[in-house]
Design a protein around this ligand. Structure first.
Ligand code: SF4
Length: 373
């Protein structure tokens, strides 16, 4: 199986009030040093292994200049045997996008754009501290189309403060009108120290009840079904042939290398994480020091568990014979007694060698996955 290459770009033009990612404010000088360091890390790591996806995630990767993205793609191609038809994704924030930049990114070899839109309602975007408006998001998608991108993904978030199921339905209808090839639907998680939490308290915004969140999820997916999208993972839908090849590696027991600060890798039965702080990462690369922290070999039991609970996120679920052969175990014999109650409730399907979650089951996926850990 070919590797996925993930490149982390930790810079943002402003920090959103709910964000818990590894990111910081854009600084031109630090960004220049970071791109140099990232290029060096890639060139040092690659030994000509085959790879078929490159994913620029962040942060806001579209804050880099097209030439810098081109340099990093070239480094991947020098260090790895990157297939000519590799999927090359750039996470992009709508406010950073112009037709000219989109054309240049495309010229550098990017062939998939993932826009962080989050909502098509301006009042919700303002609450989240986002810099773009719904109109800017629509224009950005059009610019990407004009630049020749035929594989565009949008992120939408549901269960926003004060958002009702009707508000959510409006965002879903608007995203359908924009007609992207791929969509990711996330539930907002307000972590304990998020500035959004204080703002919610001050402004008296509350989250809709849990039942409404479930209703939003199911209604959103039903609308997307009707519009011709096929759900392929708990949070992801796509037009035929437009599933994220990179993200599928995370859910189908694949291998990937992560480059940049805080990036994770899973390869050859081991897992490691790079040092998180951007300046520390740059300094260590410059000094030729190791950047990998928290490295450990995964035990066969851990690898099996992970293959099971990530694979179950996929709509097609798991082929128990394939997983069983790979890990030398009879999966149903081992876990069947604990899974059967979920099967009886219609939350899990066990058909032949296939094990998958029903859509209702996806609402309680964490509970089902406890069986494996
Ligand atoms: S743009 Fe994305 S990574 Fe940056 S602060 Fe906002 S949510 Fe976080």
């Amino acid at each position: 199986m070919s590797l996925g290459l993930y490149l982390h770009i930790p810079f943002c033009a402003a920090i959103c009030n709910y964000c818990n990612f590894n990111r910081g404010l854009f600084e031109a000088g630090l960004k220049d040093r970071y791109v140099d360091a990232l290029e060096q890390e890639i060139l040092r790591a690659g030994k000509g292994e085959s790879a078929d996806t490159i994913y620029f995630g962040g942060g806001t990767p579209s804050l880099l200049e097209p030439g810098e993205i081109g340099r990093l793609i070239a480094a991947c191609r020098r260090a790895f045997d990157v297939s000519p038809d590799a999927e090359v994704t750039l996470e992009t924030n709508p406010e950073t996008s112009t037709l000219g930049r989109m054309q240049e990114f495309r010229g550098m070899g990017v062939n998939r754009v993932s826009f962080g839109v989050q909502s098509f309602r301006d009042s919700e975007l303002r609450k989240l501290g986002r810099l773009h408006s719904a109109d800017r998001a629509r224009q950005a998608v059009e610019e990407a189309r004009t630049a020749g991108f035929d594989n565009i993904s949008l992120d939408l978030m549901m269960w926003l403060p004060g958002q009702s199921p009707v508000d959510w339905a409006e965002s879903v209808e608007k995203v359908i009108a924009v007609n992207p090839e791929h969509l990711s639907l996330y539930l907002l998680e307000v972590y304990p120290n998020a500035p959004l939490k204080d703002e919610m308290a001050r402004a008296g915004w509350s989250l809709a009840p849990d039942d409404d969140a479930a209703e939003m999820y199911l209604a959103g997916l039903t609308a997307l079904d009707r519009a011709g999208y096929a759900q392929y993972e708990i949070s992801n839908v796509a037009r035929t042939g437009c599933q994220s090849r990179h993200n599928l590696k995370y859910w189908s027991d694949g291998e990937w290398l992560g480059f940049g600060c805080g990036a994770h890798s899973t390869c050859n039965g081991a897992r490691w994480k790079n040092v998180s702080a951007t300046t520390d990462y740059v300094a260590r690369i410059a000094a030729g020091e190791t950047i990998a922290v928290e490295r450990r070999e995964l035990t066969p039991a851990e690898r099996l568990e992970e293959a099971l609970f990530t694979g179950l996120r996929l709509t097609n679920g798991l082929d128990l014979e394939v997983v069983g052969a790979r890990y030398g175990t009879d999966v149903w014999r081992r876990y069947g007694a604990d899974l059967q109650p979920f099967v009886d409730q219609g939350l899990v399907r066990h058909e032949g060698a296939r094990l998958s979650l029903s859509r209702q089951g996806m609402l309680v996926a964490n509970e089902v996955m406890q069986v494996f850990v």
